[in-house]
Design a protein around this ligand. Structure first.
Ligand SMILES: Nc1nc2c(ncn2[C@@H]2O[C@H](COP(=O)(O)OP(=O)(O)OP(=O)(O)O)[C@@H](O)[C@H]2O)c(=O)[nH]1
Ligand SMILES: [Mg+2]
Length: 286
């Protein structure tokens, strides 16, 4: 996984590059991780894109808790945004995205028509923090037309778009924005799902945060995956010990190899092997 270390200089540069591209963009697709929609959003995105129309995409919905994802979609709708949940790995997204784009841009389409302007394809740009699935999404909607459309009239030579059907073009280079740094819980959630480098936060803290969250919110999934009985395990360390024993994460002498248990648990969680889960709930966040 490609990871960027964000410094103020990098942030300013990313912002400048995005603002430059936005001049030829009709709509922004903001991609967030459906499991942590608030924590995986960039804190300045709205300020950067100003009044540019936006479609919010809750990606990786195959890994998220469907009931909670629906609550998030409603939350965005109540704020006046259009949001949909998607799976960029397997969904066929081209038509859905085009329809939503048309819906969002309907007013400006009408204005153009009244001015007698002929219709032209919409230009879209994908924005989001690292690892939310920006590239996967672009590949998904532009799959039939991977070849670049070349330089378009009136557009800077450096910029190139991919066709996503006949009436939509997506900028081939997604805008990568920095994650939220401000609070510890956000950092934990990002680390838990692998959106920030494992070296940024101590892996034991991250794994214990995950165990605690699952114990409270998805106890049965934890029990099933590792064949453990939470009623007999009091502390989170006891849970880790039991997982370690059952999975043979031991060092010579029979002691638990915690490093291996942390990695095993985090890999399982990140790959959805514990089931569909959300780590941000409307009732406890807003
Ligand atoms: N399960 C699941 N995995 C996904 C989905 N979309 C993307 N992924 C996976 O998530 C990881 C990150 O996807 P990318 O498309 O590389 O993410 P990105 O936003 O382009 O990341 P950067 O280029 O690092 O900023 C990859 O392993 C993808 O296979 C999805 O809808 N569901
Ligand atoms: Mg990418």
């Amino acid at each position: 996984m490609k990871q960027i270390q964000w410094f103020p200089g990098h942030m300013a540069k990313a912002r400048r590059q995005i603002e430059e591209k936005l001049k030829v963009i009709d709509i922004v697709y903001e991609i967030v991780d459906a499991r942590i929609p608030l924590s995986s959003s960039n804190p300045m995105l709205n300020e950067i894109i100003k009044n540019k129309p936006k479609l919010i995409l809750l990606n990786k919905d195959d890994l998220a808790d469907p009931k909670i994802t629906n609550q998030w979609i409603e939350y965005y709708q109540n704020k006046g945004f259009i949001a949909i949940s998607i799976n960029s790995l397997t969904d066929n997204l081209e038509k859905t995205i085009y329809q939503k784009t048309k819906e969002i841009l309907s007013e400006s389409i009408l204005k153009d028509e009244l001015k007698g302007l002929t219709s032209r394809p919409f230009n879209a740009m994908v924005l989001g923090i690292p690892n939310v699935g920006k590239s996967q999404f672009i590949n998904n909607i532009a799959k039939k037309n991977k070849a670049k459309t070349g330089n378009l009239p009136g557009i800077t030579k450096m910029q190139s778009f991919l066709n996503a059907g006949d009436n939509l073009r997506v900028y081939d280079n997604p805008g990568v924005l920095w994650p939220k740094f401000e609070d510890e819980v956000t950092g934990m959630k990002l680390a838990l799902l692998g959106s920030i480098k494992d070296s940024i936060l101590p892996i034991d803290d991250v794994a214990l945060y995950g165990i605690e969250y699952l114990k409270t919110n998805y106890p049965t999934s934890l029990e099933k995956r590792y064949n453990i009985d939470l009623k007999t395990l009091v502390t989170n360390i006891e849970i880790l010990d039991e997982i370690g024993k059952r999975r043979g994460c031991l060092i010579s002498g029979g002691e638990i190899d915690y490093e291996r248990v942390f990695n095993l648990f985090l890999n399982d969680l990140r790959n959805g092997l514990l089931g569909r889960m959300s780590f941000e709930r409307l009732d406890s966040n807003v």
